[in-house]
Design a protein around this ligand. Structure first.
Ligand code: ADP
Ligand code: MG
Length: 605
């Protein structure tokens, strides 16, 4: 047989490499900005059009390139940053593979203008899909400007794979944040569709964080600083009372490079143990400096993982340093004695009492006296109770009351204030209700989630939710990125009954909320939504609605641990059985279980 192996032509090899390096517009942003930093720029401008789908341009005032280097920079494995394999163990630059520009040029239209300080004239180079279109001498200021247009123009499948503008913009902003936070001494700006998104002057770390995440962030920061033989750590952690339900503000930098590090994240979580509520995440901006020889930055171009030689020592050090900082700046006395408590509330919520969520009760309803009303009840579940009434005509409310009183009387001495019990609650968590075949155990929190989920979903799709106007509109602070997420679902949120105004860049004004919601749930509900959307990135309208309804119901549902009186319990059961799918929670957990009389009988044999 003839030989069949061929070397791939360069442009094909580059396209394949591009698949790894460039996943989305944000990847191009990262590569170009990192190149500017490696080129020692002190000012870097990012210009984006249509979430990077039309244009991504990075302009810097760095060292520039000679005409020859400009041409070479687009060759694969062309880099000025390492010369030998040994250099790999002593990296001080962001890039080193020499693949980014070649990959980007393989899948986009690239226009490079660059000039070195001591050159009279610069160069301009245009490349489309790895093909050099033109190379000229060009008048341009010192530094480099690279425009990347029509990303994936020659790979329609990849182009179609891109997410909505809102999602891609969010990825770009995330990348921009990471780089800007790692380099407070560099001036950055970002323009999107001709409007200024960020303008970050040269500053210190604290100011950089505050400029990015909003002025209210300042009071939330606790400084962290420590140095041992193996590692130096500095930065800030967020005071526990401001921790959020979203994984938004968690930044580790190793030698000024953003990294993801679940292991060290865990060190933070453990330092905050007992200080924050379950489900909340600590916020942090921590900068680690170590000998480059003692770390292994994953060589994969887009991954941001890191391995440390002294993992355990670093873990222990971070944990204790953060604990120490939290203790030292301890926040509780500071609030009690030094500052006006009202200034520390997360939003303008002053002078209002926090209220326990309660549920409305239909006082006349009794599921055992009459079958649940035909128009709302779910037939299958109705049958469960109807059976109870039909088979045993003598089993009326009095008898059930007698039964449950006997039980409560014995097990919970002194808790007899409720006399009309046909259901009862145990551990402030489950509602027990007798049915024909035995008994039903309902998980109150999951049941309420199901009820709210169906109601919210109906409101979003039918678009006729009632809104309760707030007497005093509330303004809430979020980061610009979080605001982007909320904007993405603004319409759906309004259909649930929210009335919101996005007039400021890091603040939302809320003037109305869904009727089923209590005011003190606003912040947690919105945070939950942000977190869930970030984690799931829903695309279609339906899954977005579903996600919103899930987030909101999860957060608004009566919690485990909330005592419910008899009527509240019955009302909950009534509403649950009016649901389309009463037996599973919105997150697919069982809402209830039955224990049959047979099973109980067996236990006594
Ligand atoms: P790497 O960054 O891994 O070296 P790239 O493909 O990103 O590979 O860049 C190739 C080379 O082009 C770099 O090594 C650098 O010499 C040069 N270069 C790229 N961008 C710039 C820039 N903004 N300013 C100066 N030189 C640059
Ligand atoms: Mg690079």
């Amino acid at each position: 047989m003839a030989d069949i192996i061929k070397l791939l032509p360069d442009h094909v090899a580059n396209q394949i490499a591009a698949g790894e390096v460039v996943q989305r517009p944000a990847s191009v942003v990262k590569e170009l900005m990192e190149n500017s930093i490696d080129a020692q720029a002190t000012e870097i401008q990012l210009i984006v059009k249509d979430s990077g789908k039309t244009l991504i341009q990075v302009v810097d005032n760095g060292m520039g390139m000679s005409g020859t280097d400009a041409r070479l920079s687009f060759e694969r494995h062309a880099t000025s940053k390492i010369k030998s394999a040994e250099d790999l163990f002593n990296l001080h630059t962001k890039g080193f593979r020499g693949e980014a520009l070649a990959s980007i040029a393989a899948i986009a239209h690239v226009d490079l203008k660059t000039k070195q300080e001591d050159q009279e004239l610069g160069s301009r180079l245009q490349i489309e899909g790895s093909k050099v279109i033109s190379q000229d001498v060009f008048v341009t200021p010192k530094g480099t400007s690279i425009s990347v247009k029509n990303l994936f123009f020659n790979i329609p499948a990849r182009r179609n794979f891109l997410k909505s503008d809102a999602v891609e913009t969010r990825h770009i902003i995330d990348e921009f944040h990471r780089i800007a936070l790692a380099h407070p001494k560099i001036k950055f700006s970002m323009l999107h569709n001709d409007s200024k998104v960020f303008d970050l002057p040269v500053s210190n770390l604290r100011k950089r964080i505050v400029t990015i995440f909003g002025s209210k962030t300042n009071e939330k920061l606790v400084p962290v600083s420590e140095e041992t033989e193996i590692v130096k750590v500095n930065g800030f952690v967020i005071k526990p009372e401001f921790s959020k339900r979203s994984r938004g503000e968690q930044f580790f930098f190793v030698n000024d490079r953003f990294v993801k590090c679940p292991y060290l994240h865990h060190a933070l979580v453990s330092a905050y143990e007992g200080l924050i509520k379950e489900g909340a995440f600590p916020g942090y901006f921590l900068y680690l400096y170590l000998d480059t020889k003692s770390i292994d930055i994953n060589i994969h171009p887009t991954k941001t993982e890191v391995k440390f030689d002294n993992e355990q020592a670093i873990y222990a050090m971070i944990r204790s340093t953060v604990k120490h900082s939290l203790g030292q700046f301890s926040i509780a006395p500071a609030i009690d004695f030094n500052t006006d408590v009202q200034l520390d509330t997360p939003y303008e919520y002053h002078g209002k009492k926090a209220s326990q969520p309660t549920i409305e009760v239909d006082r006349n309803f009794n599921p055992f006296r009459s079958a649940p009303s035909k128009k709302s009840a779910n037939p299958a579940w109705e049958a469960m109770y109807v059976g109870l009434n039909q088979e045993d005509k003598s089993l009326d409310l009095e008898e059930i009351k007698f039964e449950s009183e006997e039980v409560t009387g014995k097990l919970f001495e002194g808790k007899k204030e409720e006399t009309h019990k046909s259901t009862f609650q145990i551990h402030n968590k489950y509602i027990i209700s007798p049915i024909k075949s035995g008994m039903l155990v309902i998980h109150q929190n999951l049941a309420h989630q199901r009820i709210l989920y169906e109601e919210i979903l109906k409101n979003i799709t039918v678009k006729e939710a009632l809104s309760q106007q707030l007497l005093f509109p509330i303004s809430l602070n979020f980061s610009i990125n979080e605001i982007e997420v909320l904007k993405q679902v603004k319409e759906q949120l309004e259909h649930t009954g929210f009335m919101m105004n996005f007039s400021k860049k890091d603040e939302i004004a809320i003037s109305g909320i869904p009727v089923v919601m209590k005011e003190d749930r606003i912040q947690p509900v919105l945070e939950q939504i942000i977190k869930d959307i970030r984690e799931e990135v829903p695309e279609s309208g339906f899954s977005q609605n579903d996600l919103l309804a899930r987030s909101m119901s999860k957060n608004m549902a009566i919690k485990t641990g909330t005592p419910l009186n008899g009527e509240e319990q019955e009302h909950l059961i009534n509403q649950l059985f009016a649901c389309k799918e009463p037996s599973v929670s919105p997150t697919n957990k069982p809402v209830m279980m039955t224990i049959s009389s047979n099973d109980i009988d067996k236990k006594f044999n």
